[in-house]
Design a protein around this ligand. Sequence first.
Ligand SMILES: Cc1cc2nc3c(=O)[nH]c(=O)nc-3n(C[C@H](O)[C@H](O)[C@H](O)COP(=O)(O)OP(=O)(O)OC[C@H]3O[C@@H](n4cnc5c(N)ncnc54)[C@H](O)[C@@H]3O)c2cc1C
Length: 393
Amino acid sequence: MSGTVNSDVLLVGGGLANCLIALRLHALRPDLRVTLLEAGAAPGGNHTWSFHGSDVQAAEREWLLPLASHSWPHYEVCFPERQRRIAGAYYSLSSERLKQAVMTLPGTDIRCGVRAVRLGPQAVQLGDGQTLGAGLVIDGRGTGAGDSAGLVLRYQKFLGQELALAGPHGLTGPLLMDATVVQADGYRFVYLLPFGPDRLLVEDTYYSDTPALDAPALRLNIDSYVRARGWAVQEMVREERGVLPIVLDAEFDSFWPPADAALPRAGLHAGLFHHTTGYSLPEAASLADDLAGVADLRSAHIGPWIRDRARRRWQAQRLFRMLNRMLFLAAAPGERYRVLQHFYRLPQPVIERFYAGRTSINDARQILSGRPPVPVIRALRSLLPSAVRSGAA
Ligand SMILES: Cc1cc2nc3c(=O)[nH]c(=O)nc-3n(C[C@H](O)[C@H](O)[C@H](O)COP(=O)(O)OP(=O)(O)OC[C@H]3O[C@@H](n4cnc5c(N)ncnc54)[C@H](O)[C@@H]3O)c2cc1C
């Protein structure tokens, strides 16, 4: 496939990963002609992307933090037998904010309502039959690319509502996990982000065995939770939902076959996400920064470069997949909260490095030390990848 070459860089999918790449290319390589194709009406989708300050490196913090829509100096978690406030910065970036930043980039050609139907390292065919060419094509179609080959998955699924309340909620920071709620469909918790004194994002969240999301039931749960806290809702401002991949076992060469290395990928489609949370913002920010610093921006060079990066990140996440197996295979669904409750006993730096995906061997020892919060035999069996392949444990 070949097409008229009218860009240096063609970004397919205007989601988180490719939008951050567009921003960094504009900042560091303003000479490049960049085109971004998005199937939806606007880039950025409908999300609230949150991250810990410690998830991102100093160089990324400099340009990423000014993009954040909200920030807080601390956050809390709450379990039946543990409540803890952690003095660590937490940030949220809204789709609206990302969209504004990308849409106002001078010189970047943003085309919305355009679906790519065939992708190659040098050209992309669109739904209307037109073919566009570029020296570098990056496939950032997210889950739109539809691949889960090589992955044994469970799910973090949620529905969130941004609510305008009739009065102040009284929260001073995010409540990342309120697991004192009734446990159902696996590990359940409510996630709260206070956007203002009377503005709140409330998400009903599940670490579940299935991807099915019963939206009406989750809306009712949010309503009951909000009432139980004594908050009166004035208006439901917006709603978002997600079903994120939690990885129990992974075979990288099946997910991204070596034969496909010449077509660069970014974001979830590149496998650049945290295997225990399904979150991808820190990886996306780091890729965008590093990519903009590479001299040879041609698909033939960038494809294998990103693939090798993703492969190394998967190797480094072996411990996370093992913990996921412990969570999903060793604990009875109603008892899964105990694994997280146990995790939050750890010193703050260990917790921070875990979410940043930079867990050390010493951290791993601490995470796994002590009596497991689940039956010992089942915990030991679930440590092996064979547990998930055989359905044992
Ligand atoms: C509601 C929600 C909340 C989340 N919250 C967090 C969070 O707090 N922190 C965090 O780190 N992660 C979070 N995630 C997880 C993850 O970071 C996001 O899913 C993230 O948006 C993935 O980025 P991406 O660029 O890979 O894909 P996406 O952002 O999903 O972007 C893919 C884009 O490609 C477009 N597309 C698909 N197919 C085509 C095609 N054929 N042609 C053209 N365009 C196409 C889609 O319309 C979409 O805009 C959340 C996910 C969801 C769904």
